[in-house]
Ligand binder design. Sequence first.
Ligand code: NAD
Length: 250
Amino acid sequence: MGQKVAVITGAARGIGLATARLMQAEGWQVGMWDRDRPALMAAVAGIPDAFALPYDVSDPDEVARAFADLRSTKGRLDALVNNAGVAEFGPIEETGFDMWRRVMATNLDGVFLCSQAAIPLLRASRGAIVNIASISGLRASTLRVAYGTSKAAVMQLTMQQAAELGEYGIRANCVAPGPVRTKLAMAVHTQEIIDAYHDALPLNRYGSEAEIAEAIGFLCSEKASFITGQVLAADGGFQSTGVGLPALRR
Ligand code: NAD
């Protein structure tokens, strides 16, 4: 059978790095993919048997090179975690087309390109795809016209993948995280936003990278063998509660 291989994009830090740690501890060999080469090399050095894929998920040529590299060096893929993402927030009128394209290029094009390139290897292993969306794709909010729309599209893409790839035995699921204190989130969350999240979330706190990684690891694993086409919100209850809940609670 041999050791299973998981490739995780955006694995140099944050949720991707936590997922690489967790999956390695659960017996997977992890391929860590990131366009930030220095950060990637440092992260790979900290994880036993991990290997680096220093590519940009939004560039079709780089994605093709990454999979050529993976095919020749490992020859197998059992799980693909499409986690690489960027967040840029702004009002609709101030969201220039360049910002819109930057967000879509990584968050949506990247998931499409990497998943499509992974199909032959995943077909051979009857493997799994886990796409990382966001609570911002489930619930609209201010400033997230590009980010939220990209993440809603990732959920639909997941269902398309589940519908078409099920006949190959490939499962496709999605994790929609609530707020986690990573570099991505801290760049766009002011103290006011942090306080508002604490107030609005039933669990009254941010999640940790490791808590999101648990949901991802589960959906990649055999424990989720009959689950496909689902969106799992790992969000402290954010999705289940409506506007105005904090006021109602008091
Ligand atoms: P992060 O910024 O800490 O890490 C993201 C990593 O992805 C970085 O190492 C970055 O270099 C890499 N990356 C970005 N674009 C890339 C590209 N085109 N090609 C290759 N690598 C690329 O972010 P994070 O908070 O760990 O986010 C991980 C995922 O979780 C993202 O998809 C994000 O949208 C999603 N998410 C995060 C939060 C949160 O609160 N942190 C909430 C919901 C969803």
